[in-house]
Ligand binder design. Structure first.
Ligand code: 3H9
Length: 700
C-alpha cells in the first residue's frame, strides 16, 4: 500500500506532503509516514523541513475512527516530540482547518505559516476529550495561559489573522501556499533565524486565584461535563511543572476522558450528525434543483426567522403576508434579530444590512411565480395549509419545491391539495428559526428523490443539521415530546412541584426543564393544538388539566409574565408561584389523584424512558432512518445534552434491559395506556443487542 505521506527534497528543503483525504486525519499510516520522513531529513542535505498537506485542509486531527482500537506506534505525542526535537528546522504550512492533533503537530514545529483563510483550533473538548499530544502544555507556552484556556475549553477555532495576533502563527502568506511556504523557509534559512522549541518557552504566570475563578465560571458554562475542568488541570500543570511532567499529567487526564461515557457519547454525536445527512436509498448522484430565490408564507416569528436563514446564505427571500401591516410586523422581528446579532458580535453592521437587503415583502401570491422554493409557515391548521398549497400550485412555475413548515400536520394530505405531490416536502424549522440548528426534512409518500436531495443540500448551505423523518403526527421530535410532556405534567399532578420537575431534568443535563420550556414556547400553542384534535386523540386528559387551566386564566407563559411560573419582567427569571400550587392541588383533588412525594430519579426515568420508548417505536415504523438520527434531533432541537449522546444512545448506555425493566414497572404502577413497552425494545432485549448494533445489522 502506498503511504499517504511523501517526502522529497526541493533544493535545500525537505518537503513532507500529507495526502490522506478527506481531512488528512492522523491515521497510523500518516503518523508513520511523518515519523519516517523526519528521520530521513536528519540524514539528508536538507536545511529545513516543511510539512504541508494536499486537498482541502491541513491535518484536521487524530483519526477519530481509530479511537477505542488498540493504539499503534508511533503514538501522536511521541511523534510531536520527535518533530520538535528535529535537528533540522521544521515548518508547518497551514490551510483549511488545522485542528486537534493537526494543530498539535503544528505546535511542535518550530515555525508556522498559514493562508489567510486557515482556521486553527483544538476542538477536542467537543468530543469530551482534551488535546492529548502536548497541546495543553505547548499552547500556554506559546500564547499564554489565559488565551490557551479559552481556545481549548471552547473548542472554537480562530482564523489565521487572530492566530497571528495571538502568536500561534508566525507568518500569514500571500498566494499559493506551498510556493509561499517554500519561499518563507528559504528566508528563514538565509537569516539563520533562531529555532524555537515551544516546550522550552516559559509560561507567563497568571494572577493568584485566577485559575479558580476560571474553573467556577467554566463549571457554570459547561454544566455536568468533565473534560473542560481537566483542561484547566493540564494548564495548571503547564504553569507549575516542568514540560515532561506536564505531558505525563496530560496523558493521564486524556486517557480518563477517552474512557469516559461522556466522550463516547460526544464521539457518537460527531458521527451521528454526519450520518444523518445521508439518506438511505437516495443515489449520491441525484441531480439537484437550482436554488436561488425562496418564498416564505407568513411573517410571524417563525416565517421571519426562516427567511433570515436564506438571506444569511446569500439567497433572495420574499416574505408573503396578508397585508402591509402584518409584513411590517415581520420586518420588525427581522430588524430586531439582526440588531441582536450585531450586538452579540455574530455579524458586522454591514453584513447585517446586506442580509436584510436580500429580504423583500409582498402581499401577492403572484410574486412567487419565479421562486425556486416556497416554505409555508402559516397557522397550524390542515385546511388552511391545504388552501395555501392549492394557491401555490396555481401560481408557482413547474419545478418549484413546495415545502410546509408544519410541526404536526399530515404532509401527504397537504401534498394532495396540489397536482404535483412529488414537489411537496416538509421542512420543519425550530424556533428561533435563524438560530436553532435542527431541520426536520419530512419525506412524504410521493416526494421526489431530487426534491429530497435538493433540500438536504440546501440545509447544509443554510448551516442547518438536517434529519429525514417520515410522515406521522409530530414527526420524530414532537411525537416523542408528546410522551415526555405527558409524564412531566403527570408528575406535577401526582405531587412534584414544577420547580422540582424542571430542576431534576436540568441537573440531569437538559438545557431547560420541560415546564419552563412550555412557558417559553407559550402554553396556548399546545392548548390550540389539542383543541384541533378529536377528543380521543388528545392524550391522557389528566396530563393537560393544569396547562389548560393556566391558559384559561390568561397565564400563557413568559409572554404574559406567568405560566407554570411567575416571571420577573426585566430579567425573565422564573420563580415558583403559590397560586399555581393551589391550582395543581385543586385539579389533583378533582381528578381524585392522591398527591405524594416523587424523587428526582423517578422524574428523570419517567421522562427519559417515555422518550426512549416512543423513539424505539418510531425506529420500528421506519419514521426515523436510524437511532443516531433521533439523537441528532434531540441534541440539536430540544436541548438534550450532547454529552449524554441523545435519548437512543442514552438507552444503550444505561442498558436496554434496564430501560425495559423500568418501563414494565411503570406499566404495572401507572397502567398500559401510557406505558406499553415498544415491541422492538422487547425484541432487542431478548436477543441481547443494543440499538447501535441493531442499526448496524440493518446497514446503518
Ligand atoms: C484529536 O485530535 C485528539 C488529539 O488531541 C490527541 C490524540 C492522542 N477523524 O465534517 P465533514 C470525516 S481529536 C476521522 O463532513 P466538513 C467525517 O466523518 C480530533 N474522520 O466535512 C466525514 O466522513 P464521511 C480533533 C474524520 O468539510 C468526512 O471526514 N479534531 C475526522 O464539513 C468529512 O467530514 C476534530 O475534532 C477525523 N478527525 O468539515 C475535527 N474529521 O464523509 C473533526 C472528519 O464518511 N472534524 N472526518 O461522513 C471536523 O470538525 C470537520 O470534519 C472538519 C471538516 C471541520 C475538519
Amino acid at each position: 500500500m502506498t503511504s499517504p505521506v511523501s517526502y522529497e527534497l526541493v533544493d535545500e528543503i525537505g518537503v513532507i506532503t500529507v495526502d490522506n483525504p478527506p481531512v488528512n486525519a492522523l491515521s497510523h499510516a500518516v503518523r508513520q509516514g511523518i515519523h519516517d520522513a523526519i528521520a530521513a531529513a536528519q540524514e539528508d542535505a536538507s536545511k529545513a523541513v516543511l510539512i504541508v498537506c494536499e486537498g482541502r485542509t491541513f491535518i484536521a486531527g487524530a483519526d477519530i475512527t481509530e479511537f477505542g482500537k488498540p493504539p499503534k506506534e508511533p503514538h501522536l505525542p511521541d511523534l510531536c516530540n520527535t518533530i520538535e526535537a528535529s535537528s533540522k528546522r521544521v515548518v508547518a504550512a497551514l490551510h483549511g482547518t488545522a485542528l486537534g492533533g493537526g494543530l498539535e503537530v503544528a505546535l511542535s514545529c518550530h515555525d508556522r505559516c498559514a493562508v489567510p483563510g486557515a482556521k486553527l483550533g483544538l476542538p477536542e473538548v467537543k468530543l469530551g476529550l482534551l488535546p492529548g499530544a502536548g497541546g495543553t502544555q505547548r499552547l500556554p507556552r506559546l500564547i499564554g495561559a489565559s488565551a490557551a484556556l479559552d481556545l481549548m475549553t471552547s473548542g472554537n477555532p480562530v482564523d489565521a489573522g487572530q492566530a497571528a495576533k495571538l502568536g500561534l502563527v508566525d507568518h500569514v502568506v500571500d498566494g499559493e501556499l506551498r510556493d509561499a511556504a517554500l519561499a518563507w523557509c528559504r528566508e528563514l534559512i538565509a537569516k539563520d533565524a533562531e529555532r524555537r522549541r515551544t516546550s522550552e518557552l516559559t509560561v507567563e504566570d497568571v494572577p493568584a486565584g485566577a485559575l479558580e475563578e476560571y474553573r467556577k465560571a467554566l463549571a457554570r458554562r459547561t454544566r455536568g461535563q468533565i473534560a473542560p475542568q481537566k483542561i484547566v488541570d493540564c494548564v495548571e500543570a503547564a504553569l507549575t511543572r516542568p514540560f515532561a511532567e506536564g505531558l505525563q499529567i496530560e496523558r493521564e487526564k486524556f486517557l480518563e476522558c477517552m474512557q469516559s461515557p461522556q466522550s463516547a457519547a460526544l464521539r457518537h454525536m460527531f458521527f451521528a450528525e454526519r450520518e444523518a445527512a445521508k439518506v438511505r436509498g437516495l443515489a449520491s448522484d441525484t441531480p439537484l434543483r437550482e436554488m436561488n430565490k425562496v418564498g416564505v408564507i407568513g411573517a410571524g416569528t417563525m416565517g421571519s426567522g426562516i427567511a433570515m436563514n436564506f438571506a444569511n446564505a446569500g439567497m433572495q427571500a420574499v416574505l408573503l403576508e396578508v397585508d402591509d401591516e402584518a409584513l411590517g410586523r415581520g420586518f420588525g422581528i427581522i430588524d430586531r434579530n439582526y440588531q441582536g446579532g450585531v450586538k452579540r458580535g455574530k455579524m458586522s453592521e454591514e453584513q447585517a444590512l446586506a442580509c436584510r437587503g436580500r429580504i423583500s415583502g409582498t402581499t401577492d401570491y403572484e410574486s412567487f411565480s419565479d421562486v425556486d422554493l416556497v416554505i409555508e409557515a402559516v397557522f397550524e391548521n390542515l385546511e388552511l395549509k391545504q388552501e395555501v398549497f392549492a394557491k401555490l400550485d396555481a401560481v408557482c412555475r413547474q419545478g418549484t419545491i413546495l415545502a410546509t413548515n408544519t410541526s404536526y400536520q399530515d404532509v401527504d394530505r397537504i401534498a394532495a391539495a396540489t397536482k404535483r405531490p412529488q414537489d411537496v416536502i416538509g421542512l420543519h424549522f425550530f424556533s428561533p428559526a435563524h438560530i436553532m440548528k435542527l431541520l426536520e426534512v419530512v419525506r412524504a409518500e410521493k416526494t421526489a428523490d431530487d426534491v429530497l436531495a435538493t433540500c438536504m443540500a440546501l440545509a447544509k448551505k443554510i448551516r442547518k443539521t438536517p434529519v429525514v423523518s417520515g410522515v406521522c403526527y409530530g414527526f420524530i421530535g414532537n411525537r416523542m415530546l408528546g410522551h415526555y410532556a405527558r409524564e412531566a405534567q403527570l408528575c406535577v399532578i401526582e405531587g412534584a412541584t414544577p420547580e422540582q420537575v424542571d430542576t431534576a431534568l436540568e441537573e440531569w443535563g437538559m438545557a431547560m426543564g420541560p415546564l419552563a420550556v412550555f412557558d417559553l414556547a407559550g402554553l396556548d400553542v399546545g392548548y390550540k393544538a389539542r383543541q384541533g384534535l378529536p377528543e380521543a386523540e388528545r392524550g391522557d386528559p389528566r396530563a393537560f388539566r393544569v396547562a389548560d387551566a393556566l391558559v384559561e386564566m390568561g397565564r400563557l407563559g413568559q409572554k404574559t409574565g406567568a405560566g407554570f411560573y411567575r416571571y420577573d419582567p426585566k430579567i425573565r427569571q422564573r420563580s415558583s408561584d403559590p397560586e399555581v400550587q393551589t391550582l395543581i392541588e385543586r385539579e389533583a383533588a378533582l381528578l381524585g389523584v392522591e398527591q405524594r412525594e416523587i424523587d428526582s430519579e423517578e422524574i428523570v426515568d419517567r421522562l427519559m424512558f417515555a422518550l426512549v420508548n416512543e423513539g424505539i417505536n418510531i425506529l420500528d415504523e421506519g419514521i426515523a432512518q436510524r437511532p443516531g438520527d433521533i439523537d441528532v434531533v434531540y441534541v440539536y432541537g430540544y436541548g438534550f445534552p450532547a454529552w449524554r449522546g441523545g435519548p437512543m444512545h442514552y438507552a444503550d448506555a444505561v442498558g436496554l434491559a434496564h430501560v425495559l425493566q423500568r418501563i414494565r414497572e411503570f406499566e404495572q404502577r401507572f397502567g398500559p395506556e401510557n406505558w406499553t413497552p415498544a415491541p422492538l425494545l422487547e425484541k432487542l432485549v431478548e436477543s441481547g443487542i443494543t440499538l447501535a448494533e441493531w442499526a448496524k445489522s440493518k446497514g446503518n
